[in-house]
Design a protein around this ligand. Sequence first.
Ligand SMILES: C[S@@+](CC[C@H](N)C(=O)[O-])C[C@H]1O[C@@H](n2cnc3c(N)ncnc32)[C@H](O)[C@@H]1O
Length: 272
Amino acid sequence: MTEQSAAHAAAVTDRVRLAGSAYNGDRDLVARQSLYQWQTPRHALPGIVAEKLGGVRGRVVDVGCGNGRFIQRLRADRPDLALLGLDVAPGILAGVPGPVAVADATRLPLATASVDAALALHMLYHVPDIPQAVRELSRVVARDGLVIASTNSDRDKSELADLWQRAAGDVLGTRRGPALISLGARFSLEKARAFLGAEFGRVETIELPGTITVRDPGPVIAYLASHRAWADQHDVPFDATIDRARAILDGHIARHGAFTVNSKGGILLCRR
Ligand SMILES: C[S@@+](CC[C@H](N)C(=O)[O-])C[C@H]1O[C@@H](n2cnc3c(N)ncnc32)[C@H](O)[C@@H]1O
């Protein structure tokens, strides 16, 4: 690992930063979730997860539940399930319908084999010790239980990474500036199967590729700005880079009518 990527990994997993700024509320998380409104085909993850839980009865824990997008959907679709939301960031739990608790994925406050399914959705890349979190997910689910994880590919939204580097380059007066921090890289779709396979005999990956098309810079700029908790990791003035990205996007949309981004997320269904 290079010195810079080690620093980025430390920043992506830093609990003080996660609880204190990145997820002390849900503004930045909503900005990242909202971009998918413009995706074709539309892979709405809450509906997909609800469907995959179709055969599950009993207790479901959502580890790193964030602003409760999945819990809210499951409350509506599956009132028969006993749901529990856990997250390290107290601030983001404020609006999530209970029961919820502050807890770390690497030390789940649950008895062994006490839940029928566990969710770890777009969150394992924030955990310093991913193998330990996978062991905890395995420990708390029943023998025939289901774990659903989700994340993005290393190639996900590469056009936004390019836009950032172009804007950062313009700000710094170089051809290409430093990269936008990649939140998901430590547990990308390409790496996830190996982590999960250490505990689960059956890991099924469902890839969800799509195209995001925006005709207004707003959603893309909000997505880039949602990395503000890591502004100090970028080796370029953050706000100036956001402003420059907006100007580049304005020009692109004026010329082409739209800006297109290729997205590639996925979910992993894990059983013993
Ligand atoms: C990108 S958000 C995803 C939220 C939600 N699962 C979703 O997909 O909408 C990541 C969440 O994981 C939480 N998180 C990060 N590290 C964690 C840990 N070690 N244990 C539990 N939650 C954690 C963060 O506070 C944040 O709410």
